[in-house]
Design a protein around this ligand. Structure first.
Ligand code: NDP
Ligand code: GDR
Length: 324
């Protein structure tokens, strides 16, 4: 039986990846931080086959213990402080977890592998936020990185450290440069889920307005279920590499609001949306659109859910959850 260790198991991607790996017959171990993490129950409920281990990306010895207990052949490093807006106010802890945490899990994996550095296949959750002030449209594996937030800078560190461990020690370490991916499991702080939850509540008469930031930013949004499949495909390749994963289509926050409100029969959403400067960022990533030609040809991967289908899926799920 193939064994996988997943950090960030309590997050959106951790849950989808665990489901995928369990469906393929893997034995799945998930790392959970904290002494009484409230998300333990969520994981137990949604992916009951996962075996939970305690550990923290900032604690090298806890990672080594998790590796020794799980004896994995694949490690997926999904754990991070992942909310971009939070990273300006908490730049130091973001660096500790999202940047140096990658070094810790790479080093723990290298030490665990001993004389056979490629015995464990390693996945790093890199991000389109690394492109930041984009130097090329669309963005590919070759595009110059220009991060615009402490989160983006931390992800650049993790990305290059993963490449460095591959080149220095011969580790089978791949980095997936994933563009935004969403689902009904998305955290409520991210814009798609914030909108889908608000639209559902507005449709049901439970609230009147939602406060938003920059409506002109553009993102390349896909479905999280499709993106964890790309992660898994990367680790099945004989040689480790880096891949952009994206839909190749971009939409503004305004278009997100159009589709979400239209789903509940509201065409003129202006009176329901208030602009609030607190949600503007010190530096914005204005436009993201990915070129995933390499993932499509080498991994035989492609997205299966359109932007409209994704937004409908999220609004419908939040409507069902919010109905009294
Ligand atoms: P989430 O924010 O939903 O999940 C983040 C996970 O990291 C949670 O399980 C969280 O645990 C865990 N975590 C936070 N701090 C630590 C720590 N100190 N030690 C161990 N684990 C920790 O993110 P997603 O599932 O959306 O994303 C998964 C990964 O992919 C992240 O690295 C993210 O940066 C990256 N990414 C995401 C994209 C997206 O669009 N979703 C796009 C590109 C990259 P807890 O629940 O305890 O807080
Ligand atoms: P992002 O996602 O920063 O791209 O990072 P988020 O959904 O937070 O923001 C997307 C865009 O929407 C604009 N925006 C708002 N965002 C939020 N959260 N709340 C608002 O009210 C709001 N109004 C406008 C933002 O300014 C931004 O331009 C996500 C995370 O999952 C990262 O971890 C991941 O690496 C990247 O996607 C790819």
């Amino acid at each position: 039986m193939t064994r996988a260790l997943v950090t960030g198991i309590t997050g959106q991607d951790g849950l989808y990846l665990a489901e995928l790996l369990l469906s393929k017959g893997y034995e799945v171990f998930g790392l959970v931080r904290g002494q009484n993490n409230p998300k333990y129950d969520l994981v137990r409920q949604q992916v009951p086959g996962v075996q939970l281990l305690t550990g923290d990306l900032t604690d090298l010895s806890s990672l080594m213990r998790a590796l020794e207990t799980s004896e994995p052949t694949e490690v997926y490093n999904l754990g991070a402080i992942s909310f971009v807006a939070y990273s300006w106010e908490n730049a130091h802890v973001t660096t500790e977890v999202t940047a140096k945490g990658v070094l810790n899990i790479l080093e723990a994996t290298r030490l665990f592998c001993g004389p056979t550095p490629d015995a464990v296949r390693f996945y790093q959750a890199s991000s389109s936020e690394m492109f930041g002030k984009v130097q090329q449209v669309p963005q590919s594996e070759q595009t110059l990185l220009w991060p615009r937030s402490p989160y983006g800078v931390a992800k650049v560190f993790g990305h290059y450290m993963t490449i460095n461990y591959r080149e220095s020690y011969g580790m089978h370490a791949s980095s997936g440069i994933l563009f935004n991916h969403e689902s009904p499991r998305r955290g409520p702080e991210f814009v798609t889920r914030k909108v889908s939850m608000a639209v559902a509540r507005i449709a049901l008469g439970l609230q009147e307005t939602v406060s938003m930031g920059n409506l002109d930013a553009r993102r390349d949004w896909g479905f999280a279920g499709d993106y964890v499949d790309a992660m898994h495909r990367m680790l099945q390749q004989p040689v480790a590499d880096d891949y952009v994963v994206s839909t190749g289509r971009t939409h503004s926050i305004r278009e997100l609001l159009d589709v979400a409100f239209a789903r509940v029969g509201i065409d003129d959403w202006g009176r329901h949306v208030e602009l609030d400067k607190r949600f503007l960022r010190p530096a914005e990533v204005d436009l993201l659109i990915g070129d995933s030609a390499k993932a499509r040809s080498v991994l035989d991967w492609q997205p299966t859910v359109s932007f409209e289908q994704l937004v409908h899926m999220m609004v419908d799920a939040d409507l069902a959850a919010a109905r009294p």
